[in-house]
Ligand binder design. Structure first.
Ligand code: PEP
Length: 247
């Protein structure tokens, strides 16, 4: 039985003031939730949001981390720095990092292994572009992202996969329930080949891409979908409606 996991991705949004105010509003709304809940916030907001979320179901996550312990990597953040503030989750290889900041399957792999070595739970993002989907390359793209991105992972169940079709992120165009289920089932099948049936059956796989208060129930009802990675809708109290998808 996989416990559902709903995570928000604030991206480069919010300030210390507006973020803390939103968490204050969300706290009572997510109190009775039966799933795990996280908000992945900009690095500079982590200490303030950890304080704001204290005593609630909401865990604070980061949106990226470097694989090195420390060193001359201007602008980067280490696992140790995240852990010092009680961070539990870290998004790795989001499509925006791949698209705008040169993230590759190899750097995704380095970050993932470093997160796991430091007892952080990586939320590893995979997904195809519209062009790749339309030219029937979705499965091949996912095969490569999973094989290369997760190379050397010893315990698959210590991470979370987020399937995020790039064409559905921030576009308002959600994958249909069937499209999301079909692709996530494919991902589970591929993971089964790479890591064995037992681990693949236990690992959580989220859907991400314009998931919102209106479409979350249908997506969450799918057999292989264990949660959501939520961008836009995590910037408002709609996030609580998604967390309470089963009510
Ligand atoms: C995301 O940032 O991972 C995402 C899915 O964004 P949105 O929900 O806005 O499409």
């Amino acid at each position: 039985m996989r416990r559902p996991f709903i995570a928000g991705n604030w991206k480069m949004n919010m300030t210390a003031e507006s973020g803390a105010a939103l968490i204050k509003e969300l706290k009572p709304l997510v109190k009775g939730a039966k799933c795990d809940v996280a908000l992945c916030v900009p690095a500079i907001l982590i200490p303030t949001m950890v304080r704001a979320a204290k005593g609630s179901r909401i865990k604070i996550g980061a949106q990226n981390m470097h694989w090195a312990k420390n060193g001359a990597y201007t602008g980067e953040i280490s696992a140790e720095m995240l852990k010092e503030y009680g961070v539990k989750y870290v998004i790795i290889g989001h499509s925006e990092r791949r698209q705008y900041f040169g993230e590759t399957d190899q750097t995704v792999n380095q970050r993932t292994l470093a997160a796991l070595a430091n007892d952080l739970t990586p939320i590893v993002c995979v997904g195809e572009t519209l062009e790749e989907r339309e030219s029937s390359k979705t499965n091949a793209v996912l095969d490569k992202q999973l094989t290369d991105g997760l190379a050397g992972v010893e315990d698959l169940t210590k991470l979370v996969i987020a399937y995020e079709p790039v064409w559905a992120i921030g576009t308002g165009k959600t994958a249909t329930d069937e499209q999301a289920q079909e692709t996530i089932a494919y991902i589970r099948k591929k993971l089964s080949k790479l890591f064995g049936h037992k681990a693949a059956n236990r690992v959580k796989i989220q859907y991400g891409g314009s998931m919102n208060a209106a479409n979350c129930k249908g997506l969450m009802a799918q057999k292989d979908i264990d949660g959501g990675l939520i961008g836009g809708a995590s910037l408002k109290t709609d996030f609580a409606t998604i967390v309470n998808f089963d009510k």
